[in-house]
Design a protein around this ligand. Sequence first.
Ligand code: NAD
Ligand code: TYD
Length: 349
Amino acid sequence: MKRILITGGAGFIGSHVVRLFVNQYPDYQIFNLDKLTYAGNLENLEDIQSLKNYTFIKGDITDQGLLEKLFNEYQFDRVIHLAAESHVDRSITDPLAFVNTNIVGTVNLLNTAVAAWSNDFKNKLFYHISTDEVYGSLEGEGFFLEDTPYDPQSPYSASKAGSDHFVRAYANTYKLPVVISNCSNNYGPNQFPEKLLPLCINNIKQNKPLPVYGKGENIRDWLFVIDHARAIDTIFHKGKVGQTYNIGGFNEWKNIDIVKLLCDLMDKKLGRTEGTSRKLITFVKDRAGHDLRYAIDASKLKSELGWTPSLQFEEGLEKTVDWYINNNEWLDHVTSGQYQKYYAKQYTS
Ligand code: NAD
Ligand code: TYD
């Protein structure tokens, strides 16, 4: 029996990780700790909320007293840490929120785990989920490897880099058993529509402009979220303590090309004349300090642990579009209220 604390389990990636673990491992007890920020949504987990091996706890990882109480009460023996502020644009307008959750929150969790487990690290694990953005921006050829020096360029990636450094420092200093994975851009169902793909899907549905930053030349490596969750499952069970694993989709796209592909797919799905949605593409002011290219070399994960993505990109994108078309209610709920205010502020300058 494992008692696993998953933080940020009501968010985009976290909800897919929680679902996979709850369904696949009925003998594990899964505890989902989430503050339910604008990005956290219990509707993501309605299908598993009443299962016996699942418990939701509303709470903030920056609250040290709460963490101590929870470790004491539930005796977690493993942690999968996903809770974070995750959106680069928001990190540009409010960097301190990122320092608080991503750095202070992570250090609180580390401190609590070290204290709670101090007498016995046997069978314990602190698994920290991070991003490829800590490696910085690739300006030409090449890929991020696990030993690529950190060179974060945005407040978001700087805060994630900081948290990764703390996790490694706790492994070195206190002998905490840790593992870290750094993943490329995820896409799929349940992603909050402030990130590129769900924002464009939502806008195409509503015939609203598709804001492409700069000239749309920036490149990202896209991975279907369920393949990320599968990678986390693999690393959790087979990863070597103290190691870092890069996770990627082997799937690079220029922003403008991915938006065009999405437009064409949406036209088909919505029964619109070919070319209709492409007319919505609007080039807008570039993001400050916009990283040009991210590209992951995930061959270590493939050769050492046997993980590869299960879906071709076109198949994953179609599944994603179908999900957003069939889940109007989810989209309506998350795009009411605060979302409208955020959208107006971000895109009307
Ligand atoms: P998300 O923003 O969708 O979800 C984050 C979750 O964390 C939300 O449910 C939110 O309520 C919760 N949370 C935020 N602050 C909290 C706090 N102080 N205490 C407790 N809970 C809090 O993010 P995501 O896209 O699912 O990303 C999850 C993790 O994966 C993050 O650590 C992110 O850095 C990492 N990551 C994301 C991507 C991506 O493409 N989205 C890629 C690589 C790595
Ligand atoms: P995003 O989904 O925010 O992820 P990240 O910044 O973590 O890679 O953005 C993906 C790419 O799309 C990035 O190069 C910025 C760009 N982008 C736009 O062109 N327009 C938008 O409205 C958004 C949100 C992103």
